[in-house]
Design a protein around this ligand. Structure first.
Ligand code: ATP
Ligand code: MG
Length: 783
């Protein structure tokens, strides 16, 4: 037991074994804050604290899972299972389900994701006949979100003339009315949006002292990671829950506060000492993650911020390589530079893809990088785009399923009432919405009693509405006995969804079908897992709870080897041996939208600090002199952040292709004085005019610009054709085959049973144990 404590340095050990009382650890990146939290939980448990009494709040569910796994290796898996760990949203969604009736919600309330909220808001704006160019639904949503995170309820809004005035000044005098309507509609639909999960928790804890007491007694020890990025609503929850025992331990780094734009309040960390009595403050100074070069460079950057706590960060690690700065002519060249560097480094040092991460300021930047990685056959994964569960076809299926559980769910209903098309037009839907609002009932109820209502629709339409109600009700009956897989299979078939998607033979259509198959596979897996681990049936309600808050960061089970692509915001808390920070250009990073005030610029700089401190061994900073943005080629200047780094830590490289295609050089050679800007740091690159070909003449493909030399002593790595998936359904698969599955990795076929579309194989996977898979769904590849 004591052994694990020896894996901490002295400064880390102190807060780890400080059992009681309020405490805060403020420390720079990579200094072991998350490690201290993890070990502290293990320590508390070894001291006899019941895991049921420990609540740990993390930034992602993935982080929670990793912490739990680590703790399990120290104290044992069965004990670790009982810990409450997760994001604020996932932990409090669970509590809200238990206490839902107190707030007038059903315990099976739907969780609206951002897309659902957007659609509802857009629909309200339309119903109110407001100008959608002034009332942009995304802006309206973010405004509503900020009210909720500041605990401004609808009533509070209308009692505060200043808020009304501010919205009127922003040319949106009806904001309050939209807010009111939105809240009422969510309530009527039995739905909470993401912000509600925090807002309603606060409501619960303030309005019901006995509930507050229950959870105060339950969570005797509370730990919060990334405390610098908590918003007001989260702050109040933590405050209330920890008030009785005051065993609260928060860790954070003010230099890594990057969510102010979403309401995070850095004062939460700065004021912690005022909020509790006798706060112990701990500081960690030794960075274990990165080389000296990276640590020092990061320090030199954050030094430029005026608003900061004084902190020391040093490392005993090696000096390491200098940070490479690379200039490219275009974003395409930048992508090729990144891809070829990864390829070369991988070959030279025989590294897995997962050693590399590419970080950018905005999601849109991934495209040129992706193109280049694909050309080099480097597997990659984008995090933080649409999560799997937000894809159109998946949401369609999930909407049917959500409606089965909660027929009041307005967004689910609107999505599928006429999909696949069943002759229920938009006019009818609009009339149903108006009627539902008038009767103060759900749309589904109005449809169910359509004969008795005064909704103006003809008898043909009435029948269609009734048929839809009957269809959903028949699913509800099946749901009482079937598990989620059986149910979903039936629903997708009977609703006509499968037929509808199969009509589309384009590659996108095929991908949609594959995604639905993948969803069904996931359900099968879920059902088996539930039966094994949780001893429950794996029903629909359990499944929906599981996916409602899933992000694609959580979906990563770590069993495929790929380069990670993500925004810097998402990379918080993570680490990778090799990190590329791309698109370091003025107006992109720092973002043009964040340069109005010093505090905005300082937040951008903190973001850059976060990016740089993700790197363990080597960091690369890249920028392009011109880039396609909004469909146009625009010139750009290198980011000020590059200049702000102390030069001694940088290694400025000029790429081969620029030397070769440098228009300055070609101007010299050809005496063409088009480029008069002589500052080599600011070469204005204009792409050469494309030659015009006569009709019938096909242009030859451009040869690849890069010639990467492979060291002679390296054998080429055997390559499997990963894009080829065999359809094994009428099966050439035999017992003993080694197969590969996209989620479970490689495995051996133990048994084959059934015939035709029902053929199943029992496979023992390296990760995930023995699974029985329906071959028509499982995308297996024989290796
Ligand atoms: P961030 O601010 O980026 O969230 P952090 O302060 O949470 O960073 P950790 O992620 O806990 O830092 O630690 C950074 C790395 O250093 C991890 O790989 C961790 O395992 C390692 N590490 C931390 N402390 C020690 C130690 N005492 N001995 C060895 N390795 C350590
Ligand atoms: Mg951390």
């Amino acid at each position: 037991m004591e052994k694990y404590l020896s894996q901490l340095n002295e400064a880390q050990l102190e807060p780890t074994i400080q059992k009681e009382g309020p405490m805060i650890i403020i420390a720079g990146a990579g200094s072991g804050k998350t490690r201290v939290l993890t070990y502290r939980i293990a320590y508390l448990m070894s001291e006899g604290i019941d895991p049921f009494n420990i609540l740990s709040l993390t930034f992602t569910n993935k982080a929670a899972r990793e912490m739990k796994e680590r703790i399990a290796t120290i104290v044992g898996a069965s004990e670790a299972k009982n810990l409450w760990m997760g994001t604020f949203h996932s932990v409090f969604a669970k509590i809200l389900r238990i206490e839902a009736d107190k707030l007038g919600y059903p315990s099976n309330f739907t969780i609206y994701d951002t897309q659902d909220s957007d659609r509802l808001i857009a629909s309200i704006i339309k119903e109110m006949s407001l100008d959608k160019d002034i009332y942009k639904y995304k802006q309206v949503r973010s405004r509503i979100s900020s009210y909720k995170n500041s605990l401004i309820t609808v009533r509070a809004y209308f009692q505060n003339p200043e808020l009304k005035e501010a919205d009127a000044m922003a040319r949106r005098p009806r904001m309050g009315d939209i807010y009111k309507e939105y809240v009422e509609r969510c309530f009527k639909a039995g739905a909470m949006d993401f912000d509600d999960l925090l807002l309603k928790t606060n409501e619960l804890l303030t309005r019901y002292p006995e509930v507050l007491m229950k959870y105060q007694n339950r969570f005797k020890y509370i730990l919060v990671d990334e405390y610098q990025d908590t918003n007001h609503s989260q702050y109040l929850i933590v405050r209330a829950l920890s008030d009785k025992f005051q065993n609260i331990c928060v860790v954070g780094d003010d230099a890594q506060s990057i969510y102010a734009f979403r309401g995070a309040n850095i004062n939460n960390i700065l004021n912690f000492q005022k909020d509790y009595d006798d706060v112990k403050v701990f500081r960690l100074e030794q960075n274990y993650r990165s080389t000296k070069n990276i640590v020092n460079a990061a320090n030199s950057i954050i030094d430029k911020n005026q608003t900061k706590l004084d902190k020391v960060v040093w490392t005993a690690n090696d000096e390491g390589a200098k940070i490479k700065v690379n200039r490219s002519l275009t974003d395409g060249d930048e992508g090729r530079y990144v891809a070829s560097t990864i390829w070369e480094t991988k070959m030279n040092h025989q590294l897995p893809n997962s050693d590399f991460a590419i970080l950018y300021r905005t999601n849109a930047q991934s495209r040129s990088i992706e193109d280049a990685l694909r050309k080099r056959d480097i597997p990659y994964r984008i995090y933080g785009g649409l999560s799997f569960y937000q894809r159109k076809e998946i949401k369609d299926v999930l909407s049917y399923l959500r409606l089965i559980i909660n027929p009041a769910d307005e967004e689910a209903l609107k999505r599928i009432i006429n999909f696949p098309p069943r002759g229920i037009g938009q006019t009818t839907v609009d009339r149903l919405i108006v009627a539902a609002n008038g009767y103060k009932r759900s749309i589904f109820e109005v449809m169910k009693h359509i004969d008795k209502t005064e909704v103006n629709v003809n008898s043909g339409t009435k029948n269609k509405l009734k048929n839809f109600v009957t269809l959903i009700e028949s699913f509800q009956v099946l749901n009482q006995t079937a598990d989620v897989f059986e149910l979903a299979e039936y629903v997708t078939r009977t609703s006509g969804l499968i037929t509808e998607f199969k009509k589309d033979a384009t590659p996108e259509g095929v991908t949609r079908m594959e995604n639905i198959e993948e969803l069904l596979n996931g359900m099968k897996d879920f059902v088996e897992g539930q039966k094994e681990i949780a001893d429950t049936t794996g029903n629909l309600a359990e499944f929906l709870e599981d996916v409602a808050l899933a992000t694609d960061l959580d979906a990563d089970k770590g069993d495929t080897d790929h380069v990670a692509l993500m925004t810097i915001h998402l990379a918080k808390g993570l680490e990778f041996p090799y990190v590329f920070i791309v698109g370091l250009e003025e107006d992109l990073f720092p973002s043009a939208m964040s340069m109005n005030t010093r505090s905005e610029l300082e937040e951008e700089r903190r973001l850059f600090y976060v990016a740089l401190t993700r790197a363990e061994k080597q960091a690369y900073l890249t920028y392009a002199l011109s880039r396609y943005r909004w469909g146009k080629l625009v010139d750009s200047d290198p980011s000020r952040f590059i200049e702000e780094i102390d030069e001694q830590y940088l290694d400025i490289v000029t790429p081969i292709e620029e030397r070769r295609f440098n228009p300055m050089l070609s101007a010299d050679i050809f005496g063409d004085a088009e480029h008069t800007d002589v500052n080599p740091n600011k070469i204005r690159y204009k792409p050469a005019k494309q030659p015009v070909f006569k009709k019938g003449h096909t242009a030859k493909k451009e040869p690849q610009k890069f010639q990467v030399t492979t060291p002679k002593n390296l054998k080429p790595v055997a390559k499997t054709n990963s894009s080829e998936t065999t359809n094994l359904f009428d099966s050439k698969l035999v017992v003993g085959n080694t197969v590969k599955h996209i989620r479970f990795g490689t495995g051996e076929v133990l048994k084959i049973e059934g015939t035709g579309t029902d053929t199943k194989a029992e496979i023992k996977f390296q990760h995930g144990g023995v699974k029985k898979l329906l071959l028509r769904f499982a995308k297996l590849e024989v290796v």
